[in-house]
Design a protein around this ligand. Structure first.
Ligand SMILES: *[C@@H]1O[C@H](CO)[C@@H](O)[C@H](O)[C@H]1NC(C)=O
Ligand SMILES: [Zn+2]
Length: 339
């Protein structure tokens, strides 16, 4: 008989499946960003969020995933990814006009919420929503499988990881990072963030961190976020499935595959945190500090960002496959489980 507990577990699993990078990844990105915020930007962000704790960005880093999983928030599901219709592992690339669907994508969402977070016409609640979306989407953009249409971002690639039957997307979002760190609490995220900040400040990433933000421009968000998406998407060909998907379905992904990808997972989390900190500092100084000082001569764009979307195109097979998942970005394991 279908027991209550089976139903409860299924509900739990669908909540868990809403995480992308999981809770751990997004909170880690947020803690790294907090480290790099200047004090004016940090006070502004704390005011917008109504949170002066030491975890003010980490506390809301996965809000967008929880919201997307609700009936009221379903409309925002397409903002968590861009379905690049390339051809991995032979060729990887992102083309905004080709890949961003008419319902929007992570790149158009970055442009929309970057504009909205600094728009003095909006309510405090709308500005807070914009900031919460930005903190989340900078993270999603660095997860290679959030920049890939193939098999619905790997959601339809069934694999085995540490003895569990699941899919490649969920392993990248959640289980591979959790294997490294050992948990998904805020304390775990803070610890991982401290390690990565050390790598950026004086370790392995010191010489490359400047290149992660080179050219980032709050007045040209589409170009900037497309560069971030292209950077992550390239790893689909070189690291995520260099020998194609079938090669990942012949045995347990742990430990050999895990060892081959974990360095890229850490790099991408570090990049997202560093970019987010820099982005919020730039948004604050370019769009908010000036307005607060009464100097706001900039033209007023469409509040719904309708001009940001590419021209509508006929639905492709990849877009139809995504629609069959009801626009969601991520499937979870069949049953809830904790490492
Ligand atoms: C911009 O954000 C608003 C508020 O969340 C939303 O209604 C609108 O659809 C968004 N536009 C785009 C292009 O994402
Ligand atoms: Zn997400």
């Amino acid at each position: 008989m279908p027991s209550i507990s089976k139903v409860a577990l299924t509900a739990l699993a669908s909540v868990q499946g809403a995480q992308a990078w999981g809770v751990l990844g997004h909170a880690t990105v947020a803690y790294i960003a907090q480290h790099y915020l200047n004090s004016a930007t940090a006070s502004w962000a704390q005011g917008v969020l109504g949170d002066t704790s030491t975890s003010y960005l980490a506390n809301i880093a996965s809000w967008a995933d929880d919201y997307r999983a609700t009936t009221a928030g379903k409309w925002s599901a397409p903002f968590h990814f861009i379905d690049a219709e390339d051809n991995p592992p032979t060729s990887c690339n992102v083309d905004y006009d080709r890949d961003c669907g008419s319902a929007g994508c992570s790149i158009s969402a970055m442009a929309n919420y970057t504009q909205r977070v600094g728009d003095g016409r909006l309510s405090a609640a709308n500005v807070q929503q914009a900031l919460k979306f930005l903190v989340h989407f900078v993270g999603d953009l660095t997860q290679p499988l959030h920049d890939e249409a193939y098999e619905v971002g790997g959601n339809d690639i069934d694999v085995t990881y540490q003895g569990y039957s699941d899919n490649l997307h969920a392993d990248w979002d959640t289980y591979i990072p959790e294997t490294l760190v050992g948990g998904d609490s805020l304390a775990d995220a803070q610890t991982w963030a401290n390690t990565l900040v050390g790598d950026i400040t004086s370790g392995a990433y010191k010489s490359q961190a400047a290149s992660w933000i080179a050219g980032d421009d709050v007045n040209d968000v589409i170009t900037t976020a497309t560069r971030w998406a292209s950077d992550a998407n390239a790893y689909v060909c070189t690291v995520v499935m260099p020998n194609g998907a079938a090669a990942l379905q012949t045995g347990d992904l742990y430990p050999t595959y895990y060892n081959s990808v974990i360095g890229t997972v850490e790099l991408q989390i570090a990049k997202a945190g560093y970019r987010l900190g820099n982005w919020l500092n730039m948004v604050y100084s370019a769009n908010i500090a000036k307005r607060e000082a009464g100097d706001d001569a900039a033209p007023k764009p469409d509040l719904l960002g309708r001009d940001l979307l590419p021209a509508a195109r006929p639905a492709t097979r990849a877009k139809l496959a995504r629609a069959a998942m009801e626009g969601a970005c991520c499937k979870s394991r069949d049953h809830d489980h904790k490492h």
